[in-house]
Design a protein around this ligand. Sequence first.
Ligand code: G3H
Ligand code: 13P
Ligand code: ZN
Length: 337
Amino acid sequence: MVVDYKKLGLVNTREMFKKAVVGGYAIPAFNFNNLEQLQAIVKASSELRSPVIIQVSKGARKYANATLLRYMAEGAVAYAKELGCKHPEIVVHLDHGDSFETCKSCIDSGFSSVMIDGSALPYEENVALTKKVVDYAHQFDVTVEGELGVLAGVEDDVVAEVSHYTKPEEVVDFATRTGCDSLAISIGTSHGAYKFTPEQCTRDPKTGRLVPPPLAFDVLAAIEKKLPGFPIVLHGSSSVPQKYVDIINAHGGKLPNAVGIPEEQLRRAAKSAVCKINIDSDSRLAFTAGVRETFDEHPEYFDPRQYCGKAREYMEELYKEKIKDVLGSDYKLTNID
Ligand code: G3H
Ligand code: 13P
Ligand code: ZN
């Protein structure tokens, strides 16, 4: 028996992406592993009337229990309404699905969107696996994200030392043969809070901070030319905000040389066919900043609501900044009552 996500009040990504591509903004895709992250995501997106993708990775399912996560994500719709957002547009998405079986299990349990990440496979195997997931998912109007090109960094248990940009000459064949609804590409972003080594960066002479190399906007432009209007996804798009890194380091943490994607570059990407931007590490940084600061200032605290409460405040602030100042998805619900 397949749970019908529409009966849960969820939506798939199709209309959302169409509007975002035309409107020149991107939908936030925020990962969550726990209650406080989910609360902050729903609060920020509801108050700003932004469509939102709530995504869970294989690691999140293992950490928090897949069944529990799914019911929590379902609760997001009711919570958004309780917060006064009468017509929320919420997608529950599997991030980096690694097999047909994982995707099927998510589709069967009420996810409205899945990613099948065959990017580490030989091209023909990636096509075959992605098509198999699409054929199953589309029977239930679940949308599918595929990936071409390899990001440097850590994805679940897979570590790639170097990135391989997406080859623009492959995208039409891939999208046509797989029937996928959106495509994650590699143009220089990477997962985690250390996206570039100091050797890959220059230093700002005034602040001494690392300045990363620019994203490959020429590759993005070539992909857009081949697939006009097709929804493009950027993974590894945390900007690693200095303010949270500074709070962490001021309260006993040690994150030397953490560096992300500059926000101006994400703003530029959001105005193009990039219509989904994945952010996980920034939420982890905001959470950790809240916890470290609280413990440092109040060594007597031992109630998780005290330090997780501060962490939740910081995450809500972060999500709101992303929505308003970077992705431009605020007040983009079809019905903003
Ligand atoms: O793409 C990776 C996401 O940040 C998920 O990370 O596998 O540690 O949950 P995770
Ligand atoms: P970050 O590590 O940059 O937050 O990327 C998250 C991501 O791509 C999730 O799939
Ligand atoms: Zn990712």
